[in-house]
Design a protein around this ligand. Sequence first.
Ligand code: PLP
Length: 393
Amino acid sequence: THHFARRVNDLSESAIFRIGARAKALADEGHDIVRLDAGEPDFNTPQWIIDAAKQALDDGFTRYTEIGGLPQLKEAIQHKLESQNQLHYRLEQIMHTCGAKQGLFNACMSLLGPGDEIVIPTPRWGTYPAIADIAAAKTVNATTRYEDGFVLTPETLDHALSSRTRVLILNSPNNPTGQVYSREELAALGNVLLEYPDVIVLSDDIYEHLRFTNQPYANILNVCPSLKNRTVVINGVSKAYAMTGWRVGFAAGPEDIINEMQKLQGQTNSHTAAVSQVAATAALNGGLDEVTTMSQVFAERARQVAEGLKPVERIKCLPAQGSFYCLPDFSPIIESLPDVDDDRELADWLLDKLGIAMVPGSAFNAPGHMRLSFAASDKTLQKGLDRLQKTFA
Ligand code: PLP
């Protein structure tokens, strides 16, 4: 009964959250629920990172820090981008954020206003259009197809861009498709972007380290260096180091954009917790051993899912190449079930009848699909796959 501002009141509640809450409630009642809806690694933060954080508290990292981040964190980010991504940034071009999510938020709020357009390849993470809505910008979906490996084609991009486009989002490895853009595919998009010099690219690299192919990681800057003065790289420690709860991300890009983003951050949350910044510094400086190990486990599970879905011929699914998701097409199943009309209803049906929690594809602008997360133990995963096989094969 209070009066609310439209910018928030119009936001839809996250479907990911809704299915998660239902799954938890059923599990708490004693039902055997297979959770394939998780958006975070099922691993714990490596112990040496936790130890660094404990030490940081004793060392007095309990106060405000610089808005852009502790100097040692910014240096660790700089070094990471240099050594792992061959991207060179001055410290003035780098800031930390409260998770990659806030990096995206700061960038979009700094760049987008009413009437501006943001091009988002779909299927996509639901937070992108939500942030665009808060900024009162117009979302233009650029649909990718199963047949193209859920990769944006230059033709589709060209069609989506206009003189009103201010921002393009790229996300590889992708949530929810699990697909990874090749250098050639990125180069083709870069060529199109040369025709649109006012468009800023936000490269969401958060799943960078979770990849299951032998190709080295590439984002668009690695193949189109000329885009450097209009690309903001968004990344963080959440997914690679199993540090989702620490809330540390970072952004690197043109100094004027980073300055605007810092201005906004300085007047909102200021910075993420000092202790989290020290932990992220340790993570970034600490090598990739655990990251590689976790990535190998995810790779094994990606194979397990691909194998497990094979006998269910009606369900088409591109095997995941990265992240910890894939996006099976359940539309033939939806058609065959008399009491199920769409993927949202299927999500409830799967939960009630089979005890499997998956997020409906509509949440990612992929109706008829379900997002299957393999951030779950091999045993849990196998149980879910067995139930799907028994019911649908
Ligand atoms: N980008 C994508 C595509 C994601 O899926 C997520 C988390 O689900 C994020 C960014 C946000 O990551 P963080 O936890 O660092 O805010």
